[in-house]
Each structure stands twice: as structure tokens, then as C-alpha cells.
Design a protein around this ligand. Structure first.
Ligand code: GNR
Ligand code: NI
Length: 170
């Protein structure tokens, strides 16, 4: 098991489009374990492989109170999304310290392989529905700040670049 470094906005690698996982083999099983460890360590409710610089369609999520209900989505696809939408505040481990409203479908149906390679269909609403849409965006190379106005996005970019320069200087 290992903690993986999380890419931070505006890293251009966050905009790469992930390719399907070809086989749920030992490499993927190890990656799932490392991603779960990294997500729990960072206190996130989800993590997409893109965020750890692996450009394959793999997501881990845990929206449970006890942080003990990990869910694995391999090659996930949204097969249905509700017309009903709502705005909710979002954050992202790749955009630390920034929270803003994003409009999403309130319910989605997602088809994916689980960690054992079994095909399943999940109906989600509430936080899980939001998180799934946020993570599937990452796999397409999309970060939630791209839903915000160019003015807000540029302010966020400037702030994070400055932060990372200061950290690098120490
Ligand atoms: O930890 C996270 N919290 C969160 C809150 C509201 C909407 C989406 C999220 S996902 C985020 C973890 C993350 O960055 N996943 O990509
Ligand atoms: Ni995110």
C-alpha cells in the first residue's frame, strides 16, 4: 500500500482523457488499494485515477459516515441522468481550499465493473449522485472549476499557482 501524490489544478495532466481499463488484474487491484488509502488519508469522499496521474477509467468513492463503505467503479458510464437538477457546493482534492456551487442532476444511473470485475448498475441520488458526476468528469479531463465563470476560475488559478510556488520555495 502507498499514498499517491494528487495532481493539483492547474496541472495540465488533469485534462487528459482516461482510457478504459483493459483487465481487472493485479496491477489494477493494487492501484485500487493505493487510491483508497490516498482518498481516506486526504479525507475525500471520492478519487479518480486521473488525479493520481493514471489515465484509466477507475474511480473510488466512500460517502458513508463511518468511512468504511468503499465503492469501486471501473469503466463507469452514466446510462441515465435525471432532468431534475440542483446546485450544491463542491470541493476537490485537486483544488484544495476552494468550494463553490455546481449544478448537477439530482439522480443518476451508472453502469460499471466493481473491484472484482463484476458488472453492476447503481442508482444514486444525494451526495453519491453528485460525487459520481464529479468523478466521471475527472475521467473526461474536466475539473469542477470549469463550470464556474472565467473570472472565478482565473482567480482560483492565480491563488493555487501562488500557493504552489510558496510551497516549493518552502
Ligand atoms: O472530497 C470531495 N468532496 C466533494 C464534495 C462535494 C462534491 C464533490 C466532492 S468530490 C471530493 C473529492 C474529489 O476531489 N474527487 O475527485
Ligand atoms: Ni475532484
Amino acid at each position: 500500500m502507498a499514498l499517491l501524490p494528487i495532481l493539483r489544478y492547474p496541472d495540465p495532466r488533469l485534462h487528459k482523457v482516461a482510457k478504459p481499463v483493459q483487465a481487472v488484474d493485479a496491477r489494477i487491484t493494487a492501484l485500487i488499494a493505493d487510491m483508497l488509502e490516498t482518498m481516506y488519508d486526504a479525507s475525500g469522499i471520492g478519487l479518480a485515477a486521473t488525479q493520481v496521474d493514471v489515465h484509466e477509467r477507475l474511480v473510488v468513492i466512500d460517502v458513508s459516515e463511518g468511512r468504511n463503505e468503499p465503492q469501486v467503479f471501473i469503466n463507469p458510464e452514466i446510462v441515465w441522468a435525471s432532468d431534475e437538477k440542483a446546485v450544491g457546493d463542491e470541493g476537490c482534492l485537486s483544488v484544495p481550499g476552494i468550494y463553490d456551487g455546481v449544478e448537477r442532476s439530482t439522480a443518476v444511473r451508472v453502469q460499471a465493473l466493481d473491484g472484482e470485475g463484476r458488472l453492476r448498475t447503481v442508482e444514486a441520488e444525494g451526495l453519491l449522485a453528485i460525487c459520481l458526476q464529479h468523478e466521471l468528469d475527472h475521467l473526461k479531463g474536466k475539473v469542477f472549476v470549469e463550470y464556474l465563470s472565467p473570472l472565478k476560475r482565473n482567480r482560483i488559478k492565480t491563488k493555487l499557482v501562488k500557493q504552489q510556488k510558496e510551497e516549493a520555495r518552502g
